[in-house]
Structures are given as structure tokens and as C-alpha cells.
Design a binder for this molecule. Structure first.
Ligand code: 13P
Ligand code: SF4
Length: 378
């Protein structure tokens, strides 16, 4: 472990209320709705989105009905980078952000004039919980010579201390560029994503030792066995997963990147190492193909492949409709903190916009093209 790093747990027993453990979050997840109740709540959401001039911005891990409604009503369902960009650029007065707390906060930071509502403000993230802003400030003070790069999955108070914010879809490119410029990096909070970027770029990085409680569960040995059972399958891995899992991936990337791979690749079977919420969109995008959830435990376990984020699962159809109807669960941020946190997010969005304008295929794209035409690594 690099010097100056510390182990942090995602549970925050010091915080008296809320859903700071996986068990507390699961206890808050609503039971499935009856077919009639589902239709009733969907109609409420459709009607209220219109009457409140609101847009629904959802992450791929939330309830399939919420994802479908977001798309049907002209909102968006996407990864966290696109959620931020879409929310910022949309003309609606109100955004309902269905995802976890940092996604709502990012929307508010980027659009302070908009009303940002969430189905449940207690829907958080183990990475955010594991990166206390005061402890992070002390960590930063130990490394004053380093450029501070934080993952999107952090609080506004941590972002306000950063030079750059990145998401999983752009983190590698940004750190590669900073490394090319000779900068040394302080990275927080996800240790797996940080060490993946470190291995890929060769950058000098010190890492905060947080983790995603969902992706951290994927097991390299079990995945190896699963791959042997499905020799033709393409392995898709989110980089919040442990190194032993990433090492077996054919494609490593953000949720959007993994979704794109199922249509771009000629493969017909995919082993997917990310939250199972993404399988909904994958099945819609490639209906004839087979998707197998990567293993989080061995054969004898009660649940062999059970990667699902409890905080994402707290997002319910009724929660979306109630937030719209009653204006509850509004994100409120100290404007000065928001302005400070915005600096690192704007930098990332500007970098991403410049990258999109540059259409030259880079080495990664060339490697993936080779893979998809069947001549990449097995
Ligand atoms: P993406 O930006 O890849 O959608 O990831 C967000 C997240 O929380 C993954 O666990
Ligand atoms: Fe956070 Fe992991 Fe849930 Fe994503 S899946 S929101 S990283 S706990």
C-alpha cells in the first residue's frame, strides 16, 4: 500500500440516522408493487413530470420501470457522466434524479437555479460514506505536491477540495493526460478504480482506500470457473471491481461502455461484472443475446450472483411520484460550497467535450476494435 493511505470502512457508525449500512438500506427498500399499483404510479409520474415541467434523470442501476419512464418521457437513463451533462443542459425547471445522493448533488452543483428532487435523500453510496471530508482534508495535507483527483461518488464537501472530478468513463483519460504533463496524483476514494488507472497509465498515485460494497464482492476465482463453463463469453467488468476480476475482462469501463459492448461485439454471450440493474438495458439493446451475472460468491452460497446496490434499490416509482407531487426530498446545498465543488466538475466536463470533438481513434479504441473483430486476447 502506498505510504499515507489509510483503510476506511463504508459503515459510518458515528452518523446517528439514515442508511449507512447495507442492512439499513435493504430494510428501506419497498416490496414489489402489484401490477395495478405499478401502472397507477407510472401514470402519476407521467402526469406530474408534465405538470411540473420536470425531467427524470435515472441511472442504469435503478428500478427498470423508472429507467423506462425516464426514456419514454424525454429524460435520460445513463452513466454518471452523462447524467451530469444531461441535467445541466436540460431546460426543465425541476430534475428528478433517480440514483444516489452524489448524483443529485452533482446536478444541483451544476444547475443551482434548478429544483433537484430525489426519490429518497438517504440513498447514498459506500464510497461517499467512506470518504469523510475532514479526514480527506488531513490526507490531502500529507501530500501538498499532488494534483487531487476525486471520483464522482463523493460528497460536495470532498469535491470542493479537488482539482479534478472524474467518473469511470473518463478517469483513465484524465489521469493519463495529467501523468503526461508530469503531475503526481492523489486519488480518492475507490481503491480498485484508482489502482486500475494506476496500472493502465503508470501514473504516480497515492490512493484513498475506499471501495464500492457491491463491486468489491466480485470473486476472481469464481469468475475464472464461470469463464471455463462459457468459453465463448465476453467478460464485461466495471473498474470498481477487484484487480483479480478486472484482469479477466475483455472490456473494462463505465456502465455506458459495458452497455455499448453488447451491441458492438459479435459475441452472443456475456458475463457481466457490475450491478444487475444494467442487465435490463442490455437485454433491451441485444434481445437475442445471453447475459450471465458474474459471481459474487461460490456454489454453496445462498446467492451466487447477487450484485445489486441497496441504495440504488431504495429508488421507487412511488418515491419519484411523491417527490414530484409534494416537492419533498429536495437537494439543498450551501451555494458557496456548490461554487467551490463546481470547479472540478466543470474541468471534467470541458475535458470530455474536447475529447468528443477529437475523433481520432486512440490506442484503446484500436485495441477494442481488434477484440471485437475476433483477433484480440482470448
Ligand atoms: P458509472 O458512472 O459507470 O455509471 O458508475 C456509477 C456507479 O456508481 C457505479 O457503481
Ligand atoms: Fe456506490 Fe457501489 Fe452503489 Fe455505485 S454500486 S452507488 S459505487 S455503492
Amino acid at each position: 500500500m502506498p505510504s499515507g493511505t489509510r483503510i476506511v470502512e463504508f459503515d459510518r457508525p458515528d452518523m446517528a440516522v439514515g442508511t449507512h449500512t447495507v442492512a439499513e438500506a435493504w430494510a428501506r427498500v419497498n416490496p414489489p408493487l402489484s401490477p395495478q399499483e405499478r401502472e397507477f404510479q407510472k401514470d402519476r409520474v407521467r402526469r406530474l413530470l408534465k405538470s411540473r415541467n420536470a425531467a427524470l434523470v435515472a441511472h442504469y442501476y435503478v428500478d427498470a420501470d423508472i429507467q423506462d419512464l425516464a426514456e419514454e418521457t424525454g429524460g435520460c437513463v445513463s452513466d454518471s457522466l452523462e447524467m451530469a451533462r444531461f441535467g445541466r443542459d436540460h431546460a426543465a425547471d425541476t430534475l428528478v434524479v433517480s440514483g444516489v445522493r452524489f448524483m443529485g448533488e452533482t446536478a444541483k452543483i451544476l444547475s443551482p437555479e434548478k429544483r433537484i428532487l430525489m426519490p429518497d435523500l438517504d440513498a447514498t453510496c459506500s464510497l461517499d460514506l467512506g470518504c469523510d471530508p475532514v479526514a480527506f482534508a488531513a490526507f490531502r495535507a500529507q501530500h501538498p505536491d499532488r494534483t487531487v483527483v476525486v471520483y464522482a461518488n463523493t460528497s460536495a464537501a470532498v469535491k470542493a477540495q479537488a482539482d479534478w472530478m472524474v467518473t469511470s468513463s473518463i478517469g483513465l483519460d484524465i489521469v493519463a493526460e495529467l501523468h503526461r504533463q508530469g503531475q503526481k496524483i492523489l486519488w480518492a476514494p475507490d481503491r480498485h478504480l484508482g489502482s486500475y488507472i494506476q496500472r493502465e497509465t503508470g501514473a504516480d498515485m497515492v490512493l484513498w482506500q475506499g471501495s464500492c460494497t457491491v463491486h468489491d464482492e466480485f470473486k476472481g476465482i469464481e469468475l475464472d470457473l464461470m469463464r471455463k463453463e462459457h468459453p465463448g463469453a465476453l467478460v464485461l467488468v466495471h473498474p470498481e471491481s477487484p484487480a483479480s476480476v478486472v484482469a479477466q475482462a475483455d472490456v473494462v469501463g463505465s456502465t455506458s461502455r459495458l452497455l455499448a459492448a453488447v451491441t458492438e461485439s459479435p459475441a452472443t454471450t456475456f458475463i457481466v461484472a457490475t450491478d444487475q440493474g444494467l442487465l435490463h438495458k442490455m437485454r433491451l439493446a441485444a434481445p437475442g443475446k445471453t447475459f450471465i451475472a458474474a459471481p459474487t460468491a461460490g456454489e454453496s452460497a445462498t446467492c451466487k450472483s447477487c450484485a445489486h446496490c441497496p441504495w440504488m434499490a431504495m429508488n421507487s416509482l412511488k418515491g419519484v411520484a411523491d417527490a414530484l407531487e409534494f416537492g419533498t426530498n429536495e437537494i439543498r446545498l450551501d451555494p458557496a460550497l456548490g461554487r467551490q465543488a463546481k470547479v472540478c466538475i466543470d474541468r471534467m466536463l470541458d475535458f470530455a467535450a474536447a475529447r468528443r470533438r477529437d475523433t481520432r481513434p486512440g490506442p484503446d479504441l484500436a485495441r477494442e476494435q481488434a477484440l471485437f473483430s475476433g483477433i484480440g486476447p482470448a
